[in-house]
Design a protein around this ligand. Structure first.
Ligand SMILES: [Zn+2]
Length: 311
């Protein structure tokens, strides 16, 4: 189990060093570099005086939204089963479109607008906010299964409002591992012939209808998520994960292959995220990723961003 914890730490955090039983990585709460996690004792500590947190393994698993068992479930085993416990759905915030005598939450509406999330999306997905976070209810099969809370900085203008130093950037409700879910999974998505997977939930909302897009919440495809895909009509997965997750997408594509699902992987010449790519280039790349041939491995679609898109 110790090695499983270490493997998980290495997959979930940018581990800089490992010395004896201690892994060093940036504090998941404050970002300070002197954060140590003892994977034998399963407790960490942050050396920044103003932070000083001592999280347990469970604390950082809740923070991340998935844990070592999910990580290991993503390897094949026939008997592994998703245990979905109801999430403690606290602090959902206030509906952005609700008028509390002071009008709607225009700041949050604009901040989301810069990420392609429209009023229609906000209303459909019932997006909410507090002063610190924008909350997206995670709906699967028409049921609320989780919440995702993204930090925002309202002292900035809405365009830059997602740039905040507050950590963790993403927070999930306790109790139900986010890696059990695919955002907005329902009878429509199950009939898609292909799916475009992104890491970012706001991209998933903005591109859902345009590209058959959704999110698996990060760059780890769990066994539970693979089985959801397998039981659907989807026969090709397009990985539009971040550029630094290429290897993870490559590994995931071979798991999907075992289930008869083809894969394509996007990579970028300059950007690290699909939403940094010019829309016309992204559209062309996704079309290639959907229709292009596969041989032994996944179809690799390189987006050359120096090229001018013809539109
Ligand atoms: Zn800290």
């Amino acid at each position: 189990m110790q090695n499983q914890v270490l493997d998980w730490l290495k997959a979930a955090f940018a581990v800089a060093r490992i010395k004896k039983y201690e892994a060093t990585f940036d504090c998941p709460y404050c970002g300070h570099s002197a954060f140590y996690f003892n994977y034998k004792k399963r407790v960490g500590y942050c050396h920044r005086a103003s932070c000083g947190r001592k999280p347990t393994l469970k604390d950082i698993i809740d923070l991340k939204g998935y844990g070592p068992s999910d990580y290991y479930n993503s390897a094949f085993s026939e008997d592994a089963q998703a245990v979905v416990t109801p999430a403690a759905l606290e602090l959902p915030g206030i509906d952005l479109l609700e008028d509390r005598g002071r009008g709607r939450d225009e700041w949050a509406i604009q901040a989301l607008g810069y990420r392609g999330v429209t009023l229609e999306h906000i209303s459909k997905w019932k997006i909410k906010a507090t002063n610190l976070r924008i909350y997206v209810p995670i709906i699967q099969e028409y049921k609320l299964v989780q919440y995702l809370g993204r930090v925002v900085d309202r002292s900035k203008n809405p365009k830059d409002g997602f740039n905040s130093l507050v950590q963790p950037k993403y927070k999930y409700a306790e109790g139900a591992s986010i890696s059990n879910f695919i955002f907005g999974w329902d009878h429509t998505t199950r009939k898609w012939p292909y799916v475009v997977l992104v890491e970012n939930t706001f991209n998933a909302i903005a591109w859902r209808d345009k590209f058959n897009c959704t999110t698996n919440f990060g760059s780890n495809l769990s066994k539970v998520q693979i089985e959801l895909l397998y039981k659907s009509e989807i026969r090709r997965v397009v990985f539009a994960w971040d550029g630094d997750a290429y290897q993870k997408a490559y590994d995931a594509s071979f798991k999907l292959k075992e289930y008869g699902i083809q894969s394509s992987i996007l990579s970028y010449s300059q950007s690290n995220q699909p939403d940094q790519v010019k829309p016309a280039l992204l559209k062309t790349a996704i079309e290639t990723a959907i229709n292009g041939p596969q041989t032994y491995g996944p179809l690799q679609v390189r987006i050359n961003e120096n090229e001018l898109p013809n539109r």
